[in-house]
Each structure stands twice: as structure tokens, then as C-alpha cells.
Write a protein that binds this ligand. Structure first.
Ligand code: OFO
Length: 162
């Protein structure tokens, strides 16, 4: 059985993962409005991944005979101002998520909860990858995002994400 404190922060993390899914879906809708169908599809995939992360945490609590307390998911932002600004927001958001995943790891370390430590490692690695992917997109947008042909090609490429 995991401690009450770890239970609490993992339940919070479930909420944050589902919220991330909501936020990325909202961004996906915005990209669709702009006619950037590849960006929209990439964000929709990202949203699905976030829901999977939430479910992974949900399953972990259950596997440890711990309680799941699902909280209300707040309304995500739905007014955006340009592609780079959307990806900068994602980057900032993911940095917050990394911090909160680290909070779980720190608490588990303090409590010598080896099971949670080993479980949360997967999330730490995932966060490194996600931050890097988003940063790469931002770099490319900054380099040639104003050029319509390049943007078209990038949209096509992101749309190929499986
Ligand atoms: Fe965006 O990452 Fe989940 O954890």
C-alpha cells in the first residue's frame, strides 16, 4: 500500500494528465480552424497520449490497492494567437508537468517507496522526450514558420504521426 501523501499527488497527477489531454484537444481544434490539418492531427495524438498517461497512473493506484479520487477537469484555454505561441504554451505546460512528475519521485524517494520510484521513472523519461519534441518543433517554426511552403511541408510531416 502506498502512503496517503503519494496517493494524493498521484491523484493530482491523473487530473493534470487528463487536463493536458483537454488542452491539446482545444489546440487541435484551433489548428483545424487555421487549416493546419497536420498540426491538428499531431495535437490530437498528443491528447490521446495524455489520456493514456492518466490511465497508467489510474491503473497503478488500483494495482497498489490505493484509492482513485477523480476530480473535476478545468476548462482549457480556447483562444490562441498563432502557431508558435501555441507550441510555446505546450512547452511551458510540459515543463510544469515535468516538475509535478518530479514531485512524485521526490516524495517516493523521501519515503523509500521503491515501487513508486520505479513506476514514475517511465514518466520522467517520457517528459524528457516530450519537452525535446516540442522544443524541436518550436525551433523549426522559428526558422521557417513564416514561409508558407515550409509550413505546408511541416504540416504534412506532422500529420504523418501515428
Ligand atoms: Fe505531456 O506528458 Fe503526460 O506525463
Amino acid at each position: 500500500m502506498i502512503s496517503d501523501k503519494i496517493n494524493e499527488i498521484i491523484n493530482e497527477q491523473i487530473n493534470k494528465e487528463f487536463y493536458s489531454g483537454y488542452l491539446y484537444l482545444s489546440m487541435s481544434a484551433y489548428m483545424k480552424e487555421l487549416g493546419l490539418f497536420g498540426f491538428s492531427s499531431w495535437l490530437k495524438h498528443q491528447a490521446k497520449e495524455e489520456v493514456e498517461h492518466g490511465l497508467k497512473l489510474f491503473d497503478y493506484l488500483i494495482s497498489r490497492n490505493s484509492f482513485v479520487t477523480l476530480k473535476q477537469i478545468r476548462t482549457p484555454e480556447f483562444e490562441f494567437h498563432g502557431i508558435i505561441s501555441v507550441f510555446n504554451k505546450i512547452y511551458e505546460h510540459e515543463k510544469c508537468i515535468t516538475e509535478s512528475v518530479m514531485k512524485v519521485a521526490k516524495q517516493a524517494e523521501e519515503e523509500c517507496d521503491r515501487t513508486t520510484l520505479s513506476f514514475i521513472d517511465w514518466f520522467i523519461n517520457e517528459q524528457i522526450e516530450e519537452e525535446q519534441n516540442v522544443k524541436d518543433i518550436i525551433k523549426r517554426l522559428e526558422l521557417f514558420g513564416d514561409d508558407k511552403v515550409s509550413l505546408y511541408l511541416m504540416d504534412k510531416e506532422l500529420g504523418e504521426r501515428q
